[in-house]
Design a protein around this ligand. Sequence first.
Ligand SMILES: [Zn+2]
Length: 69
Amino acid sequence: MEPEPTVEPAARVIPQRPVCAVCGEVIGVYEPLMHVVDEIPRETSIAACREHLPELTGPLWHRDCWPYP
Ligand SMILES: [Zn+2]
């Protein structure tokens, strides 16, 4: 039997480093970010969403880069 591959917990819950749709910079785990759920913008962070990461698919923005009021 092959041994289970060792996966860092952070790598398992965050499959890729999300980048901001405006500036293209990586959004840090604890940085405030904006994303849109059902056309409603929400402010959150990757750290806050670790258990709900599928919600963070789609465009993400730094809070400071959010282009809308
Ligand atoms: Zn940005």
